[in-house]
Design a protein around this ligand. Structure first.
Ligand SMILES: NC(=O)c1ccc[n+]([C@@H]2O[C@H](COP(=O)([O-])OP(=O)(O)OC[C@H]3O[C@@H](n4cnc5c(N)ncnc54)[C@H](OP(=O)(O)O)[C@@H]3O)[C@@H](O)[C@H]2O)c1
Length: 287
């Protein structure tokens, strides 16, 4: 990407969308950012008219409520699946590169070593199925695409585990957090940087991009507590004690080797957590 490129960011008001917009601005790259009110992924006529002047389309929008997707699978599939096929069709016609984000939840969670990019998709919940349909649409589209699978996103803004924990740790004396789901927390700002670095190296196809290292949600909460110096007791519990509408994969660590061949070693999640917590604390102190 360079000054001659022109990027459309879809879903720019979401948690990752904000980070991507910030990163494009930091790099001084030309872009147009649109939220749902200007471009609704359910509106295929609108997708078919995306201007041909864009060299890159970065889709940060999605149906992201994993539990609600169990009841709304049709809508989730429309936004995370069918719309991606329509976007890819438009990109094939215009020659734009389509960047799309997918999820660790396309896997079944039964492995014990990190999932490689080519591992078989076998989602265990409706959200994962809708994301898998989006990936398949990209692969069969013929368009030039970069599909970045990621996991456990958080940022100093938006709705996410780290901010929820920050709030709860300061209010409560004890918390229970599940200790039998393992993954890789990922800072949205870091993911935005890695994604643009992949684009700079003309990477296409499916890549994994997360922070490195791994933990459970309990471990994530413990580290947030440690870094913030809170005294709230954090106790571990099992997923069976904390029933949610959607089943979660027990192990969803993504193998990063294909990405790291291009970007170099990705930083550990604890380092990125420090930066995000500092930023979130500064925002809280200002308000
Ligand atoms: N969060 C995670 O842990 C995680 C993990 C793996 C992969 N991902 C993927 O990463 C991407 C970004 O996730 P995120 O966490 O940033 O999500 P988010 O904060 O929930 O943002 C999603 C964005 O999509 C927009 N949107 C929803 N329906 C739309 C529609 N029909 N048309 C246009 N825009 C629509 C939302 O707009 P409104 O604000 O108007 O609703 C919002 O701006 C998604 O593809 C997600 O599947 C996320």
């Amino acid at each position: 990407m360079n000054q001659a490129s022109s990027t459309l960011v879809i879903g720019s008001t979401g948690m990752l969308g904000r980070a991507v917009v910030q990163e494009l601005a930091t790099r001084g790259l030309p872009f147009t950012a649109v939220g749902r009110e200007r471009l609704d992924l359910r509106d295929h006529a609108c997708l078919a008219q995306v201007p041909a002047t864009f060299t890159h389309i970065i889709n940060c929008a999605g149906y992201t409520d994993v539990d609600q997707a169990e009841q709304n699978e049709e809508l989730a599939t429309q936004i995370n699946g069918t719309a991606i096929a329509a976007l890819a069709k438009r990109c094939l016609a215009t020659g734009a590169v389509l960047v799309h984000f997918s999820s660790d939840y396309v896997f079944n969670g039964l492995e014990t070593t990190p999932y490689r990019t080519e591992h078989r998709r076998e989602p265990i919940n409706a959200y994962g199925r809708s994301k898998a349909i989006g990936e398949e649409a990209l692969e069969s589209s013929g368009a030039k695409f970069l599909c970045v699978r990621t996991s456990w996103l958080y940022a100093p803004w938006g709705k996410n585990f780290a901010l929820t924990m920050m709030h709860l740790l300061s209010k409560k004396t004890a918390l229970r957090v599940v200790n039998d789901q393992r993954g890789r927390p990922t800072s949205c700002s870091h993911l935005a940087r890695v994604t643009l670095n992949l684009l700079d190296s003309d990477a296409t196809g499916i890549f994994h991009a997360t922070d490195s290292g791994e933990c459970t949600w309990f471990g994530f909460a413990e580290e947030i507590k440690r870094q913030l110096g809170h005294h709230c007791r954090v106790e571990s519990c099992s997923s069976a004690e904390h029933i949610r509408p959607a089943k979660r994969p027990g192990y969803s660590v993504l193998d990063l080797s294909k990405t790291e061949e291009i970007t170099g070693k990705l930083p550990n999640w604890k380092e990125n957590l420090r930066a995000v917590l500092n930023c979130a604390s500064a925002a809280t102190n200002r308000s």
